[in-house]
Design a protein around this ligand. Structure first.
Ligand code: PAF
Length: 277
């Protein structure tokens, strides 16, 4: 496996399957890389698998954890290689944003409705999807992949990227993989390392709440069951909702494909999770 830092060194890997990450790779990311390998090998001449590692300053608000975001580059490269990556692309900020991160976003980048309307992640983190769309578009410009794999753990992000690619008519197929969970149900996240043991226990309330939502028979019942479980575990709720699985807008009944989504703080850590209902 190669490690490259510049877009110029990526030329031989164009047309491959890309897994964009911010590093601190855990089993969730590894499932994305394995999926990318499978997709790449399904072609008569196997395509290259490109893992990008870039902690994107544009998607962190001031006061968020950009500076202390876990950085484990060497271990990440070993893991990426063991899952079949051909190259790790780890650009510097100046390579991704030659005009500087403070420069205005490329006006071609579309921030789709699903990133602006539902009142979920974008409500507490107004810059987040602008930063995500900006970096994913830029990474695609440099990696020129045929396909890219994202996790369902960041469900609104996945829908946002799908919509951006569709609305901008970018020639990239967006693939997704289910959330990988610890044995007790906690969704894997690079931020779980911030949880002290008692908080780690309380964090289980997120997946328990989502499971309760799945067995409810109405939206109202599901949302109230989620809130009680989260509150009983002192999770400071940001949202605990059941929404249309495609638009993430509110729904009245569970007739259409729906998604339960939760976000909240456990101690200093903001966690999110979601499940189909
Ligand atoms: O999900 C992530 O790790 C990031 O938001 C992404 C998609 C790599 C963009 O920085």
């Amino acid at each position: 496996m190669q490690i490259v830092w510049t877009a110029a060194d990526l030329e031989e890997f164009h047309g491959g399957v890309c897994v964009p990450t911010m590093g601190a790779l855990h089993e969730g990311h590894l499932s994305l890389i394995r999926r990318a390998r499978e997709e790449a090998d399904a072609h008569a001449a196997p395509l290259p698998v490109v893992v990008t590692i870039f902690v994107n300053p544009a998607q962190f608000a001031p006061g968020e954890d950009f500076a202390r975001y876990p950085r484990t580059f060497e271990a990440d490269c070993t893991r990426a290689e063991s899952c079949g990556a051909d190259v790790v692309f780890a650009p510097e900020v100046g390579e991704v944003y030659p005009q500087g991160v403070e420069a205005p976003i490329d006006p071609r980048v579309v921030i789709p409705e699903v990133a602006r309307q539902p009142g979920l992640e974008e409500k507490s983190r107004p810059q987040f999807f602008i930063g995500v769309c900006r970096v994913v578009h830029r990474l695609f410009e440099m990696v020129k992949p045929r396909a890219a794999v994202f996790g369902e753990k960041d469900y609104q992000q996945l829908l946002t990227i799908r919509a951006m690619v569709r609305e901008m008519a970018l020639p990239v197929e967006i693939l997704s993989e289910p959330t990988v969970r610890e044995e007790d149900g906690l969704a894997m996240s690079s931020r779980n390392v911030y949880l002290a043991p008692p908080q780690r226990k309380r964090a289980l309330a997120l997946s328990k709440a989502l499971k309760a939502a799945r067995s409810a028979s109405s939206v109202a019942e599901a949302e109230s069951a989620m809130r009680s479980i989260l509150l009983a575990n002192q999770v400071e709720i940001d949202y605990a909702v059941v929404r249309d699985a495609h638009t993430l807008m509110p729904i009245e009944s569970l007739a259409l494909p729906a998604r339960a989504l939760v976000a909240g703080r456990v101690g200093p850590v903001r966690l999110i999770d979601n499940m189909a209902v």
